[in-house]
Ligand binder design. Structure first.
Ligand SMILES: Cc1cc2nc3c(=O)[nH]c(=O)nc-3n(C[C@H](O)[C@H](O)[C@H](O)COP(=O)(O)O)c2cc1C
Length: 178
C-alpha cells in the first residue's frame, strides 16, 4: 500500500474480534521504533498483555487501587482480549528533552498504527486508562510515564466508522509570502 493511502484510510478501531499473536505484533513495534527521535535517545519501551490471565492481573491491579475500568471488566466478562501494548516513556529531567521525547512518541505510535492497518489489524490508542497508582504494579518506575494503551486486534467491517471527517485543510493554512 502506498504510504499516503494508508495514512488517509487508517482509522481507529474500538471493537475487536480477537487479539494478535506475538509474531504478528513484533513487526508492528519494529516499524514503530523507526520513528524520528532527537539525540538518538529512542525513549520508549513496551509492556504487552496478551492472554486472559494477563488481563486478569491488569484488572485486579486496577480494582486494588480502587479505579475499576469498566472497559477491562467487560473484556473479562465477554472473554474478548485484544492485544494490549502499554507504551512507556522514560521521563527526561530536562524539559526540552522531555518535550522532544513526548513528541517522538506520537510518531512511534502512529508508525505502529499505520503498520498494523496495512496488515488488516485495527488499533485504538487509549489514554483514559492512565492511573499512576496502577503503573507501579507493572514495573513502571516513578521516572517513567505511559503515553498510550494500544489495543490491537482483528475486526469486522461493522467496527469501521463511515463518518470520518477532517476540516478542510485550507482553514488551517496561513501562507506567508504569496
Ligand atoms: C493522544 C491521543 C489520545 C487518545 N486517547 C483516546 C482514548 O483515551 N480513548 C479513545 O477511545 N480514543 C482515544 N484516542 C483516539 C482518538 O479518539 C481518535 O484518533 C480520533 O477519534 C480520530 O479518529 P481516527 O483515529 O479514526 O482518525 C486518542 C488519540 C490520541 C492521538
Amino acid at each position: 500500500m502506498e504510504t499516503k493511502y494508508t495514512i488517509r484510510h487508517r482509522e481507529t478501531i474500538r471493537k475487536f474480534r480477537s487479539g494478535i499473536t506475538t509474531e504478528q505484533l513484533l513487526p508492528l513495534l519494529e516499524a514503530g521504533i523507526w520513528a524520528p527521535n532527537h539525540g538518538k535517545r529512542e525513549p520508549w519501551r513496551f509492556i504487552i498483555f496478551n492472554t486472559e490471565s494477563a488481563y486478569q492481573k491488569l484488572t485486579h491491579a486496577y480494582r486494588e487501587s480502587g479505579a475499576t475500568i469498566p472497559y477491562f471488566e467487560k473484556m473479562l466478562e465477554e472473554k474478548e482480549f485484544p492485544t494490549l501494548v502499554v507504551v512507556v516513556l522514560p521521563r527526561n529531567p530536562e524539559a526540552k528533552k522531555y518535550r522532544e521525547d513526548l513528541l517522538a512518541h506520537g510518531s512511534l505510535i502512529q508508525n505502529i498504527q499505520l503498520a498494523a492497518w496495512e496488515e488488516g489489524i485495527g488499533v485504538v490508542w487509549k489514554t483514559n486508562f492512565l492511573r499512576p497508582s496502577v503503573q507501579k504494579t507493572f514495573g513502571i518506575n516513578e521516572d517513567e510515564e505511559v503515553t498510550g494503551f494500544l489495543l490491537l486486534g482483528t475486526f469486522s467491517a461493522q467496527a469501521q466508522d463511515s463518518n470520518r471527517e477532517r476540516q478542510p485543510l485550507v482553514e488551517k493554512l496561513t501562507i506567508i509570502g504569496e
